[in-house]
Design a protein. Structure first.
Length: 138
């Protein structure tokens, strides 16, 4: 899928102006290279999106039952595995709180539990980490 998306972007996916309200406290107008555009190059609206998605999905060989929500999960997963913070992913997806993001995607941070164990081990002096105290206060 990544190859098809890269090719689509390379084939003339020019930027259009969009309202970005990912951070509802600070909405901005910005240029965006949209994956899906209407016939005139404008952002696709809800009324026509189903048709647009169906032809795009077929063109890249995704199964008929693979919905647009799959792209949202793909986007979130790429951000997480690239090291984005929970807050960054929350804002990118438009979740109202980081808790919603964590409840949905916690399994995508597979090393989190191991990392917390290493931090505690370091604090207890068993491994050298940033959490290792210079002098024990115990």
């Amino acid at each position: 899928m990544a190859v098809a998306l890269r090719q689509h972007l390379a084939d003339g996916c020019d930027a259009v102006e969009v309202d970005d309200d990912a951070d509802r406290r600070r909405p901005v107008r910005r240029a965006a290279r949209l994956l899906f555009k209407g016939v005139g190059g404008e952002p696709v609206n809800a009324a026509t999106f189903s048709r647009t998605w169906a032809s795009a999905r077929e063109a890249v060989g995704l199964p008929a039952r693979w919905g647009i929500h799959g792209l949202r999960h793909y986007y979130a997963t790429v951000l997480i595995h690239a090291g984005a913070s929970v807050k960054t992913v929350q804002l990118a997806l438009g979740h109202s709180t980081p808790t919603i993001t964590l409840n949905t995607y916690v399994h995508e941070w597979p090393d989190v539990l191991d990392r917390t164990r290493l931090l505690i081990d370091g604090a207890l002096g068993q491994h050298k980490t940033a959490a290792t105290p210079a002098v024990s206060r115990a």
